[in-house]
Write a protein that binds this ligand. Structure first.
Ligand code: AGP
Length: 586
């Protein structure tokens, strides 16, 4: 959940690292640090977001090797001491780390028993301390790092540097690390946008791989130390795509990009869609698995599959997937849905399914991510980099891909493309027609303690997703629920002025309007999202009626409302508190 960037080459490492950290900040932003090496290693650590920090402010001496880290605390509170990089006792080894070391207490105890004092509360500090200990036993920097990492249980992506050596060592197990190369310069980072400005040539490291960069570059298998030849891949993302253009926040930019990204999502190789729909038809048991917003796309699509293909699909939370292990066979198909392809709970679920010889299809947005290398088939969402911590454009892209697969499994692919085309055309109109109204609504609702969202059928998962967006970015408690559940409890929370957002579709109109009547009679303030006005509504948001494509368009106004609620409440839409873009720990 943290962001790592490291550089070795002829440029000023400080500049590369500061720029890289700013591009990785969506991964964690409670503190950051940089370590550069000339004759000795100089460490700078700061609390909070890196924000607009400039090199001038830091006044760092130039250097050609450096490591940087932006943190999302898991072990140890948010302090400068716990920020990375961490140093060995003799200050000769510096390490940045993303992941969780499950056996750090044993390793720490062993090192403390031989007189090594620890400065921080983190699990990470055992790495530089242990490397330094082994070097004192006569091991080389490379040998000591390999041996230390083989002692570690848990997940890691690390980069280490050593005072009197021009060597940079990176390794991963369970957390992402990608290598960027250019003429005589090397980049290591948690994600490509960190160094996209300098190179598009990348090498994706797999689990238990270590790269040693000094005068040359070598990659080894950490377990058996065999040297590996890894393919270079060319990234087709532009730096502009990873920038805000003229929008005040990535969230607003990415919401507006959906008119394109929904269409891009269905530009898939026909033979791939054919292959996957055949796998769906022939499988015995289909599971849609994801976390957070991706899980909501799974729930929504389990409904469209029920409507269109008459095929039962289980939508399962990745963190609860283990409960279904007994139902998995080599006839089972897992469709793993993830923006980042690095979500630890999902990777865990996929590994559980692979142990049962299930077939794995991923729907993912990051080429080369861990999920795409675990899966048998990958459907890339083509949404471009999503920088805002909140998933918006990748949610509607997931819905579009799954709708394409649903209609494809019913041999109605062209109809799917037509429907999804209608949705992508409708998106800019929905935004233009409702923008000013939604800003006004945000002003009205900004001080409420709770907002409720209700829907039935396809609109139920839309209510869940809408609530998540409002919670994530405005910190207002929001609850999405199925209209039919209202009378079974939640209605107890409805009182005078309680905001209730109601999603109405053609198929659920009567039932959901009676739910709206029930809460209205308890004084609720009704926000109706629908194709047509109704006297029940205190506030109306117009969205088109698009049948099974409704979830793609129904969520757009709520994404915008969430954005303006954040603005009204002075919250940072791109970096909400306590969250990170990809959750790489379980
Ligand atoms: C959604 O806005 C959040 N960022 C979060 O719930 C996210 O959907 C979840 O962590 C899953 O991430 P993934 O799609 O990258 O696997």
């Amino acid at each position: 959940m943290c962001g790592i960037i490291a550089y070795k080459g002829n440029r000023n490492a400080n500049e590369v690292i500061i720029k890289g950290l700013k591009r990785l900040e969506y991964r964690g932003y409670d503190s950051w640090g940089i370590g550069i090496k000339n004759h000795e290693i100089k460490i700078t650590k700061k609390l909070g977001k890196i924000g607009a920090v400039s090199l001038k402010d830091l006044n760092l001496e130039n250097a050609n090797i450096g490591i940087g880290h932006t943190r999302w605390a898991t072990h140890g509170s948010v302090t400068e001491e716990n920020a990375h990089p961490h140093l060995s006792k003799d200050k000769k080894i510096a390490v940045v780390h993303n992941g969780i070391i499950e056996n750090y207490q044993q390793l720490k105890k062993f090192l403390q028993q031989i007189g090594i004092e620890f400065k921080s509360e983190t699990d990470t500090e055992v790495i530089p301390q242990y490397i330094s200990y082994l070097i004192k036993q006569g091991k080389t920097f490379e040998q000591a790092t390999k041996e230390t990492l083989n002692k570690i249980e848990g997940s890691f992506a690390i980069v280490a540097i050593k005072q009197d050596e021009n060597t940079m060592i990176g390794a991963r197990r369970g957390s992402p690390l990608v290598l960027g190369t250019n003429e005589n310069e090397f980049f290591l980072a948690s994600d490509v946008p960190a160094f996209l400005e300098y190179t598009k040539d990348v090498v994706y490291l797999d689990d238990d791989e270590i790269v040693v960069i000094n005068n040359n570059l070598k990659i080894f298998n950490l377990k058996d130390n065999t040297e590996l030849k890894k393919p270079k891949e060319l990234i087709n993302w532009t730096l502009e795509q990873a920038q805000k253009e003229n929008y005040p926040h990535y969230m607003l930019k990415e919401i507006n990009e959906q008119k394109f990204t929904v269409k891009n999502a269905i530009e898939q190789p026909p033979e791939l869609i054919q292959k996957v729909t055949k796998m769906i038809k022939e499988s015995f048991g289909v599971f849609f698995v994801g976390c957070g917003t991706s899980y909501h796309a799974c729930v929504s699509s389990s409904y469209t599959f029920a409507h269109i293909t008459k095929k039962h699909v289980n939508a399962v939370l990745a963190s609860e997937f283990r409960n279904y292990e007994n139902f998995l066979t080599d006839q089972t198909l897992i469709i793993a849905v993830s923006q980042s392809g690095e979500t630890a709970d999902l990777l865990d679920a996929v590994k559980t399914a692979k142990r049962k010889n299930c077939k794995i299809v991923s729907i993912c947005n990051v080429v080369g991510s861990t999920l795409t290398r675990l899966a048998d088939e990958n459907i890339m969402m083509n949404s471009g980099p999503e920088i805002c911590v909140l998933s918006t454009k990748t949610y509607t892209a997931q819905l579009a891909v799954l709708l394409l697969l649903a209609y494809g499994s019913a041999d109605r692919l062209d109809y799917a493309k037509e429907k999804i085309q209608q949705a992508s055309v409708a998106i800019p109109k929905i935004i233009d027609n409702n923008l000013e109204k939604l800003k006004e609504l945000a002003k009205k609702l900004k001080d409420h303690k709770s907002i409720f969202l209700l829907g039935r059928d396809l609109a139920y998962p839309s209510a869940l997703e809408g609530a998540l967006k409002i919670k994530e970015v405005s910190y207002i408690h929001a609850e999405g629920f199925a209209g039919g559940e209202l009378k079974h409890g939640t209605i107890a929370l409805i009182e005078k002025g309680t905001p209730v957002i109601v999603f109405i579709t053609k198929w659920t109109k009567q039932l959901i309007l009676s739910n709206a009547t029930e809460v209205k009679s308890r004084g609720a303030y009704i926000v109706g999202t629908n194709a047509e006005e109704n006297e029940l509504y205190d506030f109306f948001i117009k969205t088109p009626e698009l049948g099974n494509a409704n979830p793609i368009v129904m969520i757009i106004p709520i994404q915008i409302l969430a954005y303006y609620l954040a603005i009204e409440r002075g919250c940072d839409p791109d970096k909400p508190r306590n969250l990170a873009k990809s959750v790489t720990v379980k």
